[in-house]
Write a protein that binds this ligand. Structure first.
Ligand code: ADP
Ligand code: MG
Length: 617
């Protein structure tokens, strides 16, 4: 066999690729270490496979591992593996020709100008080996195939035009890649720098990675193992590590599927919602791996926005192959992953609500705002998410909550709507004038305590073909009981309403005789049929314009105060007008739409003065 050096020229496309790598990639240069380690790990994996399928292996006693050596004096870094190795022909084929998968796609992408040249793309296109040239003055590869009768060879290149191949007969099984670093990239010859890069990208690689003689990757990629062989403590330890959280998570979801995509995923819900602690908006901390090697940390597109509290990993073997066609951000593949993962997570919560309500509520109480945000913004998952909503209700004891589905199960035969009432507390809800008609008709009303709940109901619109209706907008009449003695006649009531409108002028839009009140003398409702008081308050709190508010006043003709007012307006119209004003203000107060409490107090004082004066005379 010949020891002499053969000179080869790179295929034109490879040279083009190398030119881009050498001259246009300035950021994320450190990924060359990830790429070379991942090639080394692939080579070890392949060897293990051959061995287990009974093939004869050169030096079978040599353990599979990856060793990295740095020399910060000489500015070199060397990566050695004991994997499958390459023959002379394979060196030429794999490291010098376009035959190999991703190169063409990579070039095409760059040529089309769709992607700015970016070091990260290199790995995604499966042209990782060439990333060494981002930092190298010179790359020398020594390799010896596992095949019994193979011989070692070296491959040497500076990345410009050609490479040289030479025999290296005594080389042991595996591959060594020696890099002489460019002056400006000498930092990659520092052990501490290299160690942090390994920990970031290659911490879960399933073969030992030694750096200058010491093993640095000690975490196992537990997401690839089967559930029943992993203990809780192991799951939690892994969470503490990747989640940077001392506390244990509230729940985790570990699953593997192979259709429609190959996915292995381990997701955690942290015990505390960081956003409620007044800290900044959470950032998704779900990292994307391909076969245990980090592809993207905090991969935002993996989940919709509302899932940003999740932490964990997603590993998909389908990634690098498909990813070459589109960019990572909007690839159809990412969208598919997103859909599968999100549905799976929702299903997990739904299952938990049935099997382990206590844990479900732990999650719900921390993260309900996120789920609601999902209902409002995530059209794809709106329906399944709506099953997770929980509210107190007029039919349940204080503190107990119901799902919409359970509410529907309790609905009366002729009931078409699901009713809800926004209030600041249970007590306020129970005393609300809007509730009276529902009580008289024995209809259940959901109590919403979170200002965003109404917006959520509005976006949801319907549930199980039932319309979601705000209690104050419901067109219902009380069930007429035996005529109350204080009730005004229909004619008198109409007369009073007309008088009230005249006196109140532009303070209210309309005055009506109410059909929904029992206990309360009067109520105000937003004249805008699509608006509620809660919605206005919410919009105001978000600094959003909700349009001018005009109110309708409803008077309860069965209430003694109202019939007395009718009498008073004939005798002492001045006082009656003051009482009427106060009645409106009280109703506004009950509805939570008082504009200026100061004028209200002034008016109330005047009224008291009149009452006292009337008493004296
Ligand atoms: P990819 O890893 O996506 O195939 P690379 O450019 O990283 O693309 O590597 C090209 C090819 O070179 C690999 O497919 C493999 O056949 C070969 N190769 C690279 N590094 C090694 C190694 N350490 N041991 C054996 N073969 C290797
Ligand atoms: Mg590779």
């Amino acid at each position: 066999m010949s020891q002499k050096t053969e000179k080869h020229t790179f295929q034109a496309e490879i040279q083009q690729l190398l030119d881009i790598v050498i001259h246009s990639l300035y950021t994320d240069k450190e990924i060359f270490i990830r790429e070379l380690i991942s090639n080394a790990a692939d080579a070890c994996e392949k060897l293990r496979f051959r061995q287990s399928s009974g093939e004869a292996i050169h030096q079978p006693e040599v353990d599979l591992k990856i060793s990295i050596a740095t020399d910060d004096q000489a500015h070199t870094i060397t990566l050695t593996d004991t994997g499958i190795g390459m023959t002379r022909d394979e060196l030429i084929e794999n490291l010098g020709t376009i035959a190999h998968s991703g190169s063409k796609a990579f070039l095409k992408q760059i040529a089309e100008g769709k992607e700015k040249p970016d070091a990260n793309l290199i790995g995604q296109f499966g042209v990782g080996f060439y990333s060494a040239f981002m930092v190298a003055e010179e790359v020398k590869v020594h390799s010896r195939s596992y095949q019994a009768d193979a011989e070692g060879h070296s491959w040497l290149s500076e990345g410009s035009g050609s490479y040289e191949i030479e025999g290296a007969p005594d080389w042991p099984r595996g591959t060594r890649i020696f890099i002489k670093l460019k002056e400006e990239d000498k930092e990659f010859a520092q052990a501490s720098k290299v160690e942090s890069i390994i920990k970031q990208y290659s911490n879960f690689v399933p073969f030992p990675i030694e750096l200058n003689g010491e093993v640095v990757n000690k975490m196992s990629a537990i997401w690839t193992r089967s559930k029943n062989e992993i203990k809780d403590e192991e799951y939690n330890e892994f969470y503490h590590y990747i989640g940077h959280d001392h506390e244990d998570p509230v729940t985790r979801l570990h699953f593997a599927v192979d259709a429609p995509l190959d996915i292995k995923s381990l997701l955690y819900v942290p015990a505390k919602n960081m956003e409620t602690l007044g800290l900044a908006r959470s950032e998704s901390e779900v990292h994307l791996y391909c076969r245990k090697v980090l592809i993207q940390s905090k991969a935002e597109q993996l989940f919709p926005e509302w899932c940003r509290f999740l932490k964990g990993v997603v590993d998909s073997e389908d990634l690098p192959l498909n990813i070459s066609r589109e960019s990572m951000q909007d690839s159809a593949l990412m969208q598919k992953l997103n859909k599968v993962l999100t549905s799976r997570f929702i299903k997990h919560l739904d299952g938990m609500a049935k099997k382990d309500e206590e844990t479900f509520y732990k999650v719900y109480d921390q993260y309900h705002r996120f789920l609601k945000e999902g209902v409002a913004t995530d059209f794809t998952h709106r329906e399944s998410l709506s099953n997770l909503l929980r509210f107190e209700s007029s039919s349940l004891d204080k503190g107990k909550r119901t799902s919409l589905k359970e509410y529907v199960g309790r609905m009366k035969d002729d009931q078409k709507d699901i009713y809800f009432l926004l209030a600041s507390s249970r007590d306020t809800a129970e005393q609300s004038p809007y509730l009276e008609v529902f009580q008289s008709r024995h209809l259940e009303v959901l109590f919403l305590f979170d200002p965003i709940d109404e917006i959520v109901m509005d976006h949801l619109g319907r549930f199980d073909e039932k319309t979601l209706t705000a209690a104050e907008k419901a067109e219902l009449e009380i069930e007429e009981s035996n005529d109350s003695t204080t009730a005004l006649s229909e004619e008198d009531a109409k007369d009073l309403a007309a008088w009230a409108k005249e006196k109140l002028g532009s303070k209210v839009e309309e005055v009506r005789v109410s059909t929904r009140l029992v206990e309360s003398p009067a109520v105000v409702v937003d004249h805008d049929k699509t608006m509620t008081a809660g919605m206005r308050r919410f919009m105001k709190s978000m600094n959003q314009e909700s349009g001018p508010m005009t109110l309708d006043l409803e008077l309860n003709p069965r209430h003694s105060m109202v019939s007395k007012l009718h009498q008073m307006k004939q005798g002492n119209e001045l006082l009656a007008t003051k009482v009427l004003d106060q009645l409106v203000d009280n109703a506004r107060l009950a509805a939570g739409v008082v504009e200026d409490p100061k004028t209200m107090v002034k008016q109330l004082n005047e009224l008291l003065d009149q009452v006292l004066t009337a008493q004296k005379s």
